[in-house]
Design a protein around this ligand. Structure first.
Ligand SMILES: Cc1cc2nc3c(=O)[nH]c(=O)nc-3n(C[C@H](O)[C@H](O)[C@H](O)COP(=O)(O)OP(=O)(O)OC[C@H]3O[C@@H](n4cnc5c(N)ncnc54)[C@H](O)[C@@H]3O)c2cc1C
Length: 384
């Protein structure tokens, strides 16, 4: 029987464990955090159809469970300085929703239940501190001093991956200066009233860009800060500006606030030289929330990594490392295009945006461009 050790029990590690169990492998997950830890914030709320299909494939019924736990907003709306420039309502409810919107914590809880059902063993509260890989396998040493020998590792230990660092693999790329404040607000809209709204220059936020996205149980509000703003300070004082962005709400409904920056960072290699360790999720790439490429692409990594390990060949792992790194680079590039649009630094882009806003009422294409561009191009050729 194949033996796989997964490092990290975030959504990507849990998906890797499930996918490996689906191939009949014996799976051990090593997780630094405690079993009943609370992970804060809605974070990756947008779960793509492709991800739901992958989850269904590795754990029959799971894709449907995740879809059923979320909310599908059917209307997308974009405003330019308070004036609507684009609105579209999709017919529904569709039998197979194209996505679902729910807090990452709920997805993780469903993945954990599925892992328990599938018999993936999770060791909580013991972080991996050292890793040595060789032609015959991998040795891991944990904070508690335990030694693990294993034929292969799927490393899903997040943005500050100890595994990646231990292998000496750099995370190349950039982090933009532009910061965002993010807030979760309890008590989102009912399914029929749910709309995703993007504001260029929201008058209630001093002309800053604002994204409002409903999810099951709440609203997610992202505010794009100006270069001189302190995003952390904006997040900490959300009760002051929130009512202007979501009328009828108050600071008392805020359940989480944080700040983030746009990362476009990709590991220089997705496996070690011996093809025994496969990096997945944020251990392999850091991508910004706009475009929802983080968790979705991480789960695609996880499933592909388990497929490669099940193939028992160095060539399959090398192919994994090549194709998933290419997907991450394409995602990072797409995120860069989204950021360029959101920042509108150059006069050309600013003029194009203003012209589109002027033309939008009579020219649908202009409105559609304003609506879609903040998320970057759709990548049809890569699986996230
Ligand atoms: C403020 C914020 C907003 C976000 N918004 C979005 C969004 O809108 N859309 C989106 O797609 N994504 C969003 N994300 C990103 C999303 O949360 C990540 O893409 C997702 O969590 C990545 O999953 P992962 O499993 O790769 O890593 P993680 O979720 O970080 O999981 C890594 C796991 O590994 C464990 N671990 C770490 N080190 C070790 C070790 N040495 N040994 C063992 N275990 C270890 C950690 O405890 C953790 O459980 C957001 C993130 C933040 C912080």
């Amino acid at each position: 029987m194949t033996e796989v050790t997964v490092v990290g029990a975030g959504p990507v590690g849990l998906a890797a464990a499930l996918a490996a169990r689906h191939h009949g492998a014996r799976v051990t997950v090593l997780e630094a955090g405690a079993e009943h830890r609370g992970r804060p914030g809605s974070r990756a709320i947008f779960v793509h159809r492709t991800t739901l299909d992958l989850l269904e494939r590795i754990s029959p019924g799971l894709g449907g469970e995740v879809a059923g736990a979320g909310l599908v907003w059917r209307t997308r709306r974009t405003l330019w300085r308070g004036r609507e420039v684009y609105a579209r309502t999709y017919p529904g409810p569709a039998a197979r929703a194209r996505f679902t919107s729910l807090p990452q914590t709920v997805v993780e809880a469903l993945l954990r239940r599925a892992c328990a059902r599938a018999g993936a063993e999770i060791h909580w509260g013991d972080a991996v501190r050292e890793i040595r890989s060789g032609p015959g396998g991998v040795e891991l040493v944990t904070a508690a001093g335990r030694h693990w020998r294993t034929p292969c590792v799927i490393a899903a230990d997040g943005a500050r991956s100890q595994v990646r660092a231990g292998l000496g693999i750099p995370l190349d790329g950039t982090t933009a200066g532009t910061g965002f404040a993010v807030v979760d607000v309890a008590g989102g809209p009912g399914d029929d009233a749910a709309e995703r709204i993007f504001h260029y220059g929201h008058p209630g936020a001093g002309g800053r860009n604002v994204l409002l996205v409903p999810f099951r149980g709440g609203w997610r509000v992202d505010v794009q800060c100006r270069p001189a703003d302190d995003p952390g300070q904006w997040a900490a004082t959300a009760e002051r500006w929130l009512p202007a962005l979501l009328p009828g709400t108050s600071g008392a409904q805020i359940t989480w606030s944080s700040a983030y920056r746009f990362h476009q960072r990709v590991a220089a290699a997705f496996s070690d030289p011996h093809h025994r360790v496969l990096l997945a999720g944020e251990a392999a790439h850091l991508l910004p929330p706009f475009g929802a490429r983080g968790m979705n692409s991480g789960i695609a990594d996880a499933v592909a990594a388990a497929d490669a390990v099940a193939a028992h060949s160095r060539a399959a792992v090398a192919a994994y490392a090549h194709t998933r790194r290419a997907a991450a680079l394409a995602n990072a590039h797409a995120a860069g295009q989204a950021l360029a649009h959101l920042s509108a630094d150059g006069p050309l882009r600013r003029t194009a945006q203003r012209a589109a806003a002027l033309l939008a009422p009579g020219w649908d294409r202009a409105g559609r461009w304003l609506d879609r561009a903040p998320y970057g191009p759709r990548l049809r050729s890569v699986r996230y």
